[in-house]
Design a protein around this ligand. Structure first.
Ligand code: 3PG
Ligand code: MG
Length: 393
């Protein structure tokens, strides 16, 4: 999965470098709830600033569908980055155009500019060649440090490397190295823990993981489609009946483990009445919202013995207190495991950070969909683009 890295770029003072970052951070009422993705990009930004180039950062935030929308402005992100760097971050009013080129051209070497939300431009998600050319205009080099968005063949990910000398930033290079290690030479036993709502999103990755790991432990609402495949009752839980055959095929490997008990409730509320029931005894009109305590113990034991662990996706609706225990139990087991542990995915990464356990995990990935796609397919559009980029003259 070799990609060019920062040292491969021949940068000179005063040059202008376009850096694609993934600052698509969780926000509530204009306040950043988790800045992992911003902090994780600092080493690349600092490396570039040390070389006295003008650093121009571009990211998407949310899914604004090609139109400017103040609710998804990069302004709070620019302000937070400015605090972290201890220097000014100038926010451009859009992602490209004469005013932006002028702003960038007139910036002092060593200054930081942030472009407005790339997804305010319709050409970004459409990967429009005209937009990509405009976006790349006026720069001397391109750096991709947006691991979390590198599974998207969008203009800012695959466009600039067609025309600019390009490299992976520190964060992207580290993600590729760690996740690549899971694919190439994982120490055994290798246990994968997968949760989340929809099994349809995870079938491909479970299949790919079964070729490499010893067991896959399943939690989250996606477990209930496996229940259906086993002929177990599911109450009012979320299921995908058209995926039952796929689940049956995966269970037939004998290496997919599903919950043996479940926390059920009729409402998803802080004060909901809950019950713990055996798999197979889920009452009608009750929804499974977390794995039960016996499952947590079984999963903890498997994780404890593992030499390599990959965890992606929560075990239950951990944001709501009565349904947090499964995710907390798995998070603690991963933190306590002495093997090489990787947590990938927005929600599970948020969970280990929320529980204060992130420092005890070998690697917390900044990518959810990107990490899964890299494991499933072994490559990403953003990495392929960097490999075929022109070399610096
Ligand atoms: C993410 O948060 O998953 C990445 O930033 C990609 O965003 P997207 O799923 O909206 O493409
Ligand atoms: Mg996503």
């Amino acid at each position: 999965m070799d990609v060019p890295v920062l040292e491969d770029l021949d940068l000179e003072k005063g040059q202008r470098v376009l850096v694609r970052v993934d600052f698509n951070v969780p926000m509530r009422d204009g306040v950043i709830e988790d800045d992992l993705r911003i902090v994780a990009a600092l080493p690349t930004i600092e490396h570039l600033l040390d070389r006295r180039v003008t650093v121009v950062l571009g990211s998407h935030l949310g899914r604004p569908k090609g139109r400017p929308d103040p609710a998804s402005s990069m302004a709070p992100v620019a302000a937070h980055l400015s605090d972290l760097l201890g220097r000014e971050v100038v926010l451009a009013e859009r992602a490209f155009g004469p005013a932006v080129e002028e702003l960038v051209a007139s910036s002092e070497p060593g200054s930081v500019v942030m472009l407005e939300n790339l997804r305010w431009e319709a050409g970004e998600e459409a990967n429009d060649p005209g937009f990509a050319a405009n976006l790349a205009a006026g720069y001397d080099a391109y750096v991709n440090d947006a691991f979390g968005a590198s599974h998207r063949a969008h203009a800012s990910i695959v466009g600039p490397p067609r025309v600019l000398p390009s490299a992976a930033g520190r964060l992207l290079a580290r993600e590729v190295e760690v996740l690549g290690r899971l694919l190439r030479e994982p120490d055994r036993p290798f246990v994968a823990v997968l949760g989340g709502a929809k099994v349809s999103d995870k079938l491909g990755v479970i299949e790919a993981l079964l070729e490499r790991c010893d067991s896959v432990l399943v939690g989250g609402a996606m477990a209930f489609t496996f229940f259906l495949a086993q002929g177990l009752s599911v109450g009012d839980s979320l299921v995908e009946p058209d995926r039952v055959d796929d689940c049956r095929r995966l269970l037939a490997t004998g290496r997919v483990q599903i919950p043996t008990d479940v926390v059920v409730a009729q409402d998803l509320a802080d004060d909901a009445e809950t019950r713990i029931v055996r798999a197979g005894a889920m009452p009608d009109e009750w929804k499974g919202l977390d794995v039960g305590p016996a499952t947590v113990v079984a999963y903890e034991e498997a994780i404890d013995k593992a030499a390599t662990v990959l965890w992606n996706g929560p075990m239950g609706v951990f944001e709501v207190a009565p349904f947090a225990a499964g995710t907390l139990g798995v998070a603690e087991a991963v933190a306590n495991c002495s093997g090489f542990t990787v947590v990938g995915g927005g929600d599970s990464a948020a969970a280990v950070r929320q529980f204060g356990l992130a420092d005890r995990v070998s690697h917390v990935s900044t990518g959810g969909g990107a990490a899964l796609e890299l494991i499933e397919l072994g490559d990403l559009p953003g990495l392929e683009a960097l490999r075929s980029a022109p070399v610096a003259p």
